[in-house]
Design a protein. Structure first.
Length: 471
């Protein structure tokens, strides 16, 4: 697209002035502009030129074909090998200059990756893939390391992670030292280090929310290569599996001390997981309270069945670690009616709220026809890796089942849309296990997402054939 300017001829202006002096002239409306500018700034030249050798300067100048703006240079611009002090980047009109603050290493190839830093001044079109190379030696290094980073627990990618190369073999280097080289991930989770020298590197990936480019918290997503990478031998793509070795510490708020003032305030408030007064026979009944339960008398809670009020003696009652979720477990009979009776004072929360009178919660359990039958045939499935089929809705694990053959069958599946994943359960405990870098050097268990989603309809034989891709 061409960048246009408005041109007014001298004759046109003279003609309008003449009309103004005689009968008046209508408002001058400039001609409409062309299509919106969608072209990013183009680099015309750099001084010294790209791929310069025997470089010994401190300043590099870049000249573009239009006015530019630089955004978030400290985050977007990567210099490799990583300097101790970040360079100064100044933009003025169509020109940009990079001033290096550190002394340059001898016989070393440097790269400046501008990321998304440079955009045009008017429309914000970003110049992508702009990369400048120079060497302080007689030649440009040309070795490379490439690969992909996958989130081990989901099998998906996260382009906000960075990949780093260290030259120090000590494990502590990734936590205490800055890396020598940094690369970004593209939308597919792929990375590519170019113009590397012939040497041994230690390869990691990490979530760098604090900008330190170090692995400092167990809650950080982190990945490591099992062995050092020799650039002279690195021909194949390397896959890293990222994991969080631990979770962030929970932020517990202090208990409330304000006492309720009215009778209404004294009643316990909670929500159940019942839907239209129906209980899912595949799930427990749950009560979720506003505040922590500090006292619970399970003897004051009874479950009865049908109009005969037959006592259900198999009821198990438990309170979770947050003290806010009360769970009732029993083998629910399909299509039956139930009555949960909670006696006065059976529970009390941190604000002194309690059941101020005996409550009865009546509901029915779902029928068999409310569920769908599901049959999935999985092709290319390696049973030696102890696969576990996982059913997800969003990021919530709804159901999982160990696979003993290529055919999965279940006569009672809650209707809905599901994303399927396969956990390669190396330790056989039926759940995903994270990794550990320090001391154990243990990789996380892998999860492979299946491309095809499924939809389960009630009272229907839902059949699927899906490629697992695990050989």
């Amino acid at each position: 697209m061409q960048r246009g300017v408005y041109l007014f001829s001298v004759a046109s202006i003279f003609w309008c002035i003449t009309l103004l002096t005689q009968t008046g002239c209508a408002n001058i409306v400039p001609p409409q502009g062309g299509p919106r500018d969608t072209i990013p700034p183009v680099l015309l030249k750099a001084i010294p030129g790209d791929s310069a050798t025997r470089f010994n300067g401190k300043k590099i100048d870049f000249y573009f074909d239009e006015y530019i703006d630089v955004q978030d240079a400290l985050t977007n611009v990567l210099v490799s090998p990583l300097p101790v002090n970040s360079p100064t980047i100044d933009a003025r009109l169509r020109d940009l200059s990079v001033r290096l603050k550190d002394s340059l290493l001898p016989n070393t190839t440097y790269t400046i990756d501008f990321g998304n830093a440079i955009k045009d001044f008017t429309e914000g079109n970003v110049t992508k893939n702009l990369r400048y190379i120079f060497s302080t030696g007689n030649y440009i290094d040309s070795l490379e390391i490439k690969g992909k980073v996958i989130i081990a627990e989901t099998g998906k990618t996260d382009s906000t992670l960075i990949v780093v190369l260290h030259t120090d073999s000590e494990d502590s280097a990734v936590a205490k030292k800055k890396p020598a080289y940094i690369a970004r991930l593209n939308r597919d989770g792929k990375f590519h280090f170019k113009n590397l020298p012939a040497r041994t590197f230690y390869l990691y990936a990490l979530k760098d929310e604090n900008g330190m480019r170090r692995y400092t918290e167990k809650s950080q997503l982190f990945a490591f290569a099992n062995s050092p990478v020799e650039t002279l031998l690195a021909k194949d793509s390397i896959t890293l599996f990222a994991f969080a070795a631990g979770s962030k510490a929970p932020n517990f708020s202090p208990p409330e001390t304000v006492k309720p003032k009215t009778d209404v305030d004294k009643r316990l408030k909670y929500q159940t997981n019942l839907q239209n007064k129906q209980q899912d026979i595949l799930e427990p009944l749950t009560f979720q309270f506003e505040n922590r339960i500090t006292r619970l008398d399970s003897n004051g809670i009874k479950l009865y069945k049908d109009s005969t009020f037959t006592l259900v003696d198999s009821l198990l009652i438990s309170l979770d670690t947050t003290k806010k979720i009360l769970t009732f477990n029993t083998p629910w009979e399909p299509g039956a009616s139930y009555h949960l009776i909670v006696e006065k004072g059976a529970a009390e929360d941190s604000l002194g709220k309690q059941w101020t009178k005996t409550d009865t919660l009546s509901f029915t359990s779902k029928r068999m026809i409310d569920y769908g039958k599901l049959k999935i045939r999985l092709r290319s499935l390696d049973l030696s890796q102890q696969p576990v089929l996982q059913f997800f809705q969003g990021e919530r694990l709804v159901k999982s089942a160990r696979l003993t053959g290529p055919l999965f069958e279940d006569d009672l599946v809650t209707p809905g849309e599901y994303e399927l994943r396969i956990l390669l359960d190396s330790n056989g405990n039926g759940k995903w296990d994270t990794g550990q870098f320090f001391e154990k050097k243990k990789q996380p268990e892998r999860v492979i997402p299946l491309e095809k989603r499924i939809s389960v309809k009630p009272n229907w034989p839902n059949d699927y054939e899906i490629e697992a891709g695990i050989r």
